[in-house]
Design a protein around this ligand. Structure first.
Ligand code: COI
Length: 353
């Protein structure tokens, strides 16, 4: 049981949009593992920084993974966390993919209970459209210069009051842009787990898409760029109808997309409670125009309606040497021997829902 206040704190103006930004709650929780000690008993800490060795594997080699969950203040006064067991399982898979020691499920659930209990007053009011975002993460925090796992791991959970991820809130459909010049994941890579290294490479494409008025990028399969995979932040699901008019929840199946807890829950609800068909299969980009609705599903984005998807269709140009002096020097100059593409043509394909 906690001695902390339970009602929403007056330090946050709950009437203003919360957005998706970090605002320093009371505490986070941290557990440390070493081979000699195993996982320690964990501590609630009130600072917002961590100290680790400068040769930590998370800093150099990206030996890190994370999860996302939410706690909600419900109408009956209880605070509930959405399906944390599934996130605990996924964290195990992510840790395995990055050769990391993972907190067992019981420890994960205990940590969750402790940190949320200590920050109950940061769970937004029931009618605020906000929730307490919960971000568990595991990082290699010990020194290791060569390419092998860290001798120490830290398991930390931070919590933070958030509102809708996209500006405009859940009620406003957003526009997505297909990212054809970047693959979020490799065919046999780590796209199916939540390792930190999957995310930073997407920042530049997101910024470029935002600058053109798109909220998010949609990625296609890395091998053929012909099948829908997932959004930068979340999974993809479309609604279409069978010949008898019955709705079908269609979502991509691929080894390089994250197994989303929200997507899975939507599919289960659609099938078990609404009686819809669910199809988890290849989703060719050419089929997307047949969908009545498309949504992005994820913990942070919840279910965000996608209003339009745009794709720049490129007619390739000519490859030319950047500098004509390449062959005149006595020595080979790598910098001068670069090529660029000129006269490529771009047309925009637009699908609206
Ligand atoms: C989440 O939905 O919890 C996520 O991790 C999305 C994040 C990349 C913004």
């Amino acid at each position: 049981m906690t001695s902390q206040p339970r009602e929403p704190t007056s330090a946050i103006d709950w009437s203003q949009p919360l957005g998706f930004k970090y605002r320093h709650p009371r505490s986070h929780i941290k557990y440390v593992w070493t081979k000699e000690t195993g996982w320690d008993n964990g501590k609630l800490l009130s600072n917002h920084t961590i100290t680790m060795d400068i040769a930590s594997t998370s800093l150099h080699y990206g030996q890190a993974c994370f999860e996302g969950m939410k706690a909600f203040r419900m109408k009956d006064g209880k605070i509930r966390i959405f399906r944390p067991d599934l996130n605990a399982q996924r964290l195990l898979q992510s840790c395995k993919a990055a050769s990391m020691e993972c907190p067992p499920t019981e420890l994960f659930l205990e940590a969750l209970q402790r940190v949320v209990s200590d920050n109950l007053d940061h769970v937004p009011p029931t009618d605020s459209a906000g929730s307490l975002y919960i971000r568990p993460f595991v990082v290699g925090s010990g020194p290791q210069l060569g390419l092998s796992p860290s001798p120490e791991f830290s398991f930390i959970i931070l919590v933070n009051a958030v509102g809708p991820y996209y500006v405009g809130g859940l009620g406003s459909p957003v526009k997505a842009l297909i990212a054809d010049s970047l693959d979020r994941a490799a065919p046999h890579g780590t796209g199916n787990v939540k390792v930190s290294g999957n995310y930073a490479p997407v920042f530049a494409a997101t910024a470029a898409a935002n600058a053109k008025g798109f909220a998010v990028n949609l990625f296609l399969d890395p091998q053929t760029h012909s099948k829908v995979e997932e959004f930068a932040t979340s999974n993809f699901a479309g609604l279409k109808r069978a010949a008898d008019g019955k709705p079908i929840y269609v979502t991509p199946r691929s080894e390089s997309i994250l197994k989303g807890v929200t997507n899975r829950s939507c599919a289960e609800l659609a099938s078990r409670h609404l009686g819809w068909h669910v199809e988890r299969r290849d989703v060719p980009w050419s089929e997307v125009k047949e969908f009545e609705e498309v949504v992005a599903t994820g913990t942070a984005v919840v279910m965000t309606a996608i209003g339009e998807i745009h794709r720049e269709v490129k007619t390739p140009g000519k490859r030319v040497k950047k500098n004509s002096n390449t062959s005149s020097g006595a020595y080979y100059d790598w910098d001068l021997d670069e090529e660029e593409e000129v006269d490529a043509k771009l047309e925009m394909e637009v699908v609206k829902f």
